[in-house]
Design a protein around this ligand. Structure first.
Ligand code: CP
Ligand code: NVA
Length: 304
């Protein structure tokens, strides 16, 4: 059987993304099932997590399976055993491996040597589970998201990359509003542009945040310093104008929503006023991780 992985958003095609999002909507209405009956899912985490760890654990349980949390410190991996051998051994025990780590190459290596699906739960480059969920959350607010614009403001990080690719594959236009020095790395930007071209969608960079939010249906932001990065004062200064606040939100469409993958640094990349305001969907995003990842796991494990 051909093992399917989710190392990045584009590991699924547009039709498969549609299927997973529709299944997620069904699972949101009917959370319990037996599709993972007797199955075990390993969760390897080398970075902290609240949402991803808990939503995967609860999701596996709700579908009849058993989640097995493995903090990287507890494993032989990278100490006395390679990632490749870890993949081979775990594949003899478990039915899927979810991994959050630093280098994307480590997820790719794990997948290349695993006999079971590997799911990327965040790397320095990508956060594909978050991005699928973000499209799902947008669709809850805007039944036809095609042609709508999401403006991402802040640091051109893992969340921005996966959001841009998921948007491109589902017909959502993504505007990245990032200051100079905070751009998405060139190799990932090239990939985003190529996926957008392939799907006939639009992605672009607009450095002026006031221009970037005009016409947007959603303003999205994330922390200015991701896990593993050392905070840097000049970067912090450059990002001040990109804080999502009431003034920027007032320039977006009247129906525009505010998004953040969380955890948020209130008062830094987003104000509490908008995060706790009526147009915020940030806690819906957090909840929806559960529904979308359950649909994704079921799809990959069944090998449909
Ligand atoms: N959004 C997200 O992935 O949150 P955690 O770091 O808490 O998993
Ligand atoms: N960009 C953030 C996302 C956290 C969910 C990070 O990598 O720390």
């Amino acid at each position: 059987m051909n093992v399917r992985h989710f190392r990045k958003v584009a590991d699924l095609d547009a039709r498969e993304i549609r299927y997973v999002l529709d299944e997620a909507a069904r699972l949101k209405r009917q959370p319990h099932g037996d599709v993972l009956d007797g199955k075990t899912v390993a969760l390897i985490f080398s970075k902290p997590s609240t949402r991803t760890r808990v939503s995967f654990s609860v999701g596996v349980y709700q579908l009849g399976g058993m989640p097995l949390f493995l903090g990287e410190q507890e494993l032989q991996m990278r100490k006395s055993e390679s990632i490749e051998d870890t993949a081979r051994v775990l594949s003899r025990y478990v039915d899927a491996i979810v991994i959050r780590t630093f280098a994307q190459a480590d997820v790719d290596d794990l997948a290349a040597n695993a006999g079971v699906p590997v799911i990327n739960a965040l790397t320095d480059d990508r956060h594909p589970c978050q991005a699928l969920t973000d499209i799902f959350t947008l669709e809850e607010r805007f039944p036809d998201v095609r042609g709508r614009t999401v403006t991402y403001l802040g640091d051109g990080n893992n969340v921005a990359v996966s959001l841009a690719i998921a948007g491109a594959m589902t017909g959502v236009q993504v505007c990245l509003s990032v200051p100079e020095g905070c751009d998405v790395p060139a190799r990932l930007w090239d990939e985003i542009v190529s996926v957008a071209k392939q799907h006939g969608t639009r992605v672009w960079v607009e450095r002026d945040p006031a221009l970037a939010v005009a016409g947007a249906s959603a303003l999205y932001t994330d922390v200015w310093f991701s896990m593993g990065q050392v905070p840097d004062e000049s970067k912090r200064r450059a990002l001040q104008a990109y804080r999502v606040d009431a003034t920027l939100l007032a320039r977006a469409l009247p129906e525009a929503v505010v998004m953040h993958c969380l955890p948020a640094h209130r008062g830094e990349e987003i104000t509490s006023e908008v995060m706790d305001g009526p147009r915020s969907v940030v806690f819906d995003q957090a909840e929806n991780r559960l529904h979308v990842q359950k649909a994704l796991l079921a799809y990959l494990i069944r090998g449909s």
